[in-house]
Write a new protein. Structure first.
Length: 368
């Protein structure tokens, strides 16, 4: 092996570009020698591996091909009966479901469904139950049968908020809905998970998604590997990495399911004008409401204040411009309704725990 370099194999069995880039960038910055296992004969490659560490997402049946007594292991899946110490890191599935539920609740939905059978579904369902709502869970993934999936979707009460296990399942749901005449998002709003830009933007109706922060997850995976290689004791407790608190919005959820017509018009006005320096006092006045009445109307129906709603719209626009344009921070702040770049930086960092520049570098989409 290379003298003076930590030598680590990356064997995922699947590839998410942004996660791999997070690991690779860390490896380059810390002078690792990173080896990619690119499919094929996993067991042969693992048996022959003599490096320092292994980052993997492989089942125990494959890993059992050899002893790992002297190799540091970080796994992105749980290995329930694995006889060797390893560090497990993966997405916080429960938090993913919770954020999806909170997102739909803020948009006024009262009919909910989950195309999921994992802990993400638990987080979605239990969060809804805390707000007095119920959820129709698929209980199965229908073996990817589009006709069976379509029949299930058509039986859901409209307007319905559908949370899917991941972006691929959300794309299946969008396809089944389109081919069977269901209106997206007015009858069926669909939300995925992972924010895979290629998958989300492929359908005619692009898919909104919970952002798993794969780049940062990749960086954290590599950091944990570094600690183990430096001699730190392996923590046996799994590390559940939290998703972004804000959903990446696209057309599949571009709808507010509130029964109050006046509030619907207010929300549309705020969303259309979020990039302007709009006055909430003037908005309230336009709809013959006092400031306090506008506040109570939003909180009662959405669970957030009009100021919070407006900030979410602006931050969503900031993220869109960070990814899709080369605009400077000053231009983005001006184009997203913030009074100063400093105000945008402060709000962005408070929400995402990093600067807009850091977020732009870390979240370049697969399409960029």
């Amino acid at each position: 092996m290379l003298k003076g370099h930590k030598t680590v194999m990356l064997a995922l069995g699947w590839r998410i570009e942004t996660l791999v880039r997070g690991i690779a960038d860390y490896a380059r910055e810390h002078r690792w020698h990173l080896v990619f296992q690119n499919g094929g004969d996993f067991e042969r490659d693992l048996r022959n591996w003599r490096g320092d560490g292994l980052i993997c997402a492989l089942p125990e049946e494959i890993l059992s091909c050899r002893s790992w007594e002297n190799t540091a292991i970080v796994s992105l899946i749980t290995l329930r009966n694995f006889p060797f110490p390893y560090r497990m890191i993966r997405e916080d599935d429960y938090a993913v479901g919770r954020i999806a539920a909170e997102y739909f609740l803020k948009r006024g939905y009262r009919n909910f469904a989950a195309y999921s059978i994992s802990r993400r579904c638990e987080g979605f369902r239990e969060t809804l139950e805390k707000h007095g709502c119920t959820c129709i869970c698929s209980g199965t993934m229908f073996n990817r049968d589009q006709q069976v999936l379509a029949r299930w979707l058509k039986a859901l009460p409209a307007p319905c908020a559908l949370f899917c296990e991941n972006d691929w399942d959300a794309a299946d749901a969008v396809n089944a809905a389109i081919w069977n005449g269901l209106r997206i998002p007015s009858s069926l709003a669909i939300l995925g998970g992972g924010n895979n830009a290629l998958v989300c933007n492929a359908p005619a109706i692009p898919i909104s998604s919970v952002d798993f922060r794969y780049y940062e997850l990749g960086q954290r995976v590599a950091e944990e590997m570094d600690r183990i290689l430096d001699g730190e004791k392996i923590d046996p407790e799994p590390l559940h990495f939290p998703p972004s608190p804000l959903v990446v919005e696209r057309r599949s959820t571009d709808f507010f399911a509130v029964s109050n017509l006046k509030l619907t018009k207010i929300l549309e006005l705020l969303r259309r004008n979020a990039e302007r320096k709009i006055s909430l006092h003037e908005v309230a006045k336009q709809f013959a409401l006092s400031d306090s009445a506008l506040y109570k109307l939003c909180v009662r129906n959405l669970g957030i204040s009009p100021k919070e709603f407006l900030l979410e719209q602006r931050l969503s626009r900031v993220r869109e411009l960070l990814l899709s344009t080369r605009q400077t921070m000053e231009e983005i702040a001006e184009n997203c309704g913030f009074p100063t770049p400093g105000a945008m930086f402060s709000a962005f960092r408070k929400t995402f725990h990093m600067s807009p520049g850091e977020w732009r570098r870390n979240n370049k989409s697969d399409l960029s």
